[in-house]
Design a binder for this molecule. Structure first.
Ligand code: HEM
Length: 200
């Protein structure tokens, strides 16, 4: 199976690599220290890349399953609601496309400056500085940090999506371990715009 290579798909508001997007103040050294703390290795990079096509084929299913959980809990669903208290379906559809692309990106994007900048952008898009701006919506102004963090254990178990294609138990577990580390790294970078100066 051919692995997808990093390229920018035509998705509204997906601004990876755009010069208009946020610039991350995180230094290469700080990133390296985060990766070290997580135990992120070259083997993780290779493993996710090796199975990138599988991530791509399962990404929508993964995102649908997570969003079902958001939709089923009013305190989570409400961050996607209009001021009239209805789900904003257009917003949900627009965000979903970028969320699906994120799954693929986790598997294939090198952790370079453009990637780091887009993590700052995604973090900001959960905060009042940028939430709603990309899609020009009127939903609540931010997603509370506490929900970003409590959602991590929801998106980390992924082996069920790959069991059909990968029968080697050890490989399956290694993929999931790499994914868990990658998600923690991403969400950690997204917490930066929520933090008071210097405390992150
Ligand atoms: C581990 C947890 C989470 C992950 C991995 C995640 C991932 C993402 C991604 C990849 C995007 C699209 C970024 C882009 O524009 O390219 C996004 C946007 C968004 N997420 Fe999250 N998210 C998480 C938690 C949550 C939670 C708990 C909520 C609310 C209950 C939420 C609400 C939103 C909203 C409303 C947007 C759109 C923001 C905008 O206006 O641009 N997210 N998320």
């Amino acid at each position: 199976m051919k692995s997808p290579t990093p390229q920018n798909p035509d998705i509204a508001g997906y601004d990876f690599g755009s010069e208009h997007g946020a610039k991350s103040p995180v230094s290469a050294e700080e990133l390296q220290h985060l990766e070290q703390s997580l135990g992120w290795t070259g083997a993780d990079v290779q493993l996710l890349k090796k199975h990138a096509a599988l991530f791509e084929s399962q990404a929508e299913k993964m995102v649908d399953s997570w969003r079902e959980i958001i939709g089923s809990q009013p305190h989570l669903a409400k961050w996607f609601f209009t001021p009239e208290g209805e789900p904003d379906d257009e917003y949900k559809a627009a965000v979903k496309r970028r969320f699906v692309q994120w799954v693929v990106d986790v598997a294939i994007r090198p952790h370079d400056r453009a990637w780091l900048d887009y993590q700052e952008e995604i973090g900001l898009r959960h905060t009042p500085e940028k939430k709603n701006k990309t899609d020009n919506r009127r939903t609540p102004q931010w997603v509370p940090l506490r929900y970003l963090l409590t959602f991590v254990p929801v998106v980390t178990p992924v082996r069920q999506f790959f069991e059909g294609a990968i029968t080697d138990r050890a490989e399956l577990e290694a993929i999931e371990r790499a994914w868990i580390k990658a998600v923690h790294l991403h969400v950690t970078l997204w917490t930066r715009p929520y933090s008071r100066d210097g405390l992150w």
